[in-house]
Design a protein. Structure first.
Length: 211
């Protein structure tokens, strides 16, 4: 019943916005993904909302959007909370939440500049998460804190490093120094054209959700 719990938390906050500061200090409710699905306009989530609440689907969606804007995208949120998760989440979960947020904030749906700024924050959070996960040596499979990749059974000796190996290492070092999301820092107010470019790039790599 995590979806029902998340929806109840969103509806309660929507009708009592004075509690926003308090809720920002609390852990996110289980089922936050359901709120993202509902905000993104997923038909199945709207149907589930009508089952879990006596309110209309549109009213539930408005509450979900309010919760996301005020709690997930608050100024105090770190990159994980912006994506509706914490540091125990897998990369697959983080990627799925990022996809749902960007589906809701897609610039083709509205020319709202406020949404453009929120989309920028989501993309920046995703880039930070990827960089953090790489520094910790995690990947899609070994993405939990208690799961680490197996050690190389046959480590390369520095004395036997070939020129080709040196070239590969140099290329990897150069790639590691490349900043992520460079275009995002050129302007504090990105254009829809820039956002659409990022949506195109992410669409080629993210996990697609079916309604």
């Amino acid at each position: 019943m995590s979806a029902a719990e998340a929806l109840r938390a969103a509806v309660d906050l929507f009708h009592l916005p004075s509690q926003v500061r308090v809720v920002r200090t609390l852990p996110l409710p289980a089922g936050t993904e359901f709120l993202l699905r509902l905000a993104s306009g997923e038909a199945r989530a709207a149907h589930e909302a009508e089952i879990h609440s006596d309110r209309s689907a549109n009213a539930s969606r408005a509450a979900a959007i309010f919760f996301i804007e005020q709690i997930l995208l608050s100024p105090e949120s770190d990159e994980y909370r912006i994506l509706g998760l914490d540091q125990t989440a897998t990369m697959a979960e983080l990627r799925a939440h990022m996809a749902l947020l960007l589906k809701w904030l897609h610039p083709d749906l509205t020319a709202d500049e406020h949404k453009s700024l929120m989309a920028r924050r989501v993309i920046e959070a995703w880039n930070k998460v990827k960089s953090s996960e790489r520094r910790l040596g995690r990947n899609t499979i070994y993405s939990r804190p208690d799961m680490t990749p197996p050690a190389d059974p046959q480590p390369q000796s520095s004395a036997r490093t070939t020129p080709r190996r040196n070239s590969e290492l140099a290329q990897r070092a150069a790639q590691a120094k490349e900043p992520t999301g460079v275009g995002l820092h050129r302007s504090r107010r990105p254009s829809n054209r820039l956002l659409k470019f990022f949506f195109y790039v992410f669409r080629r790599s993210i996990v697609h959700y079916k309604n």
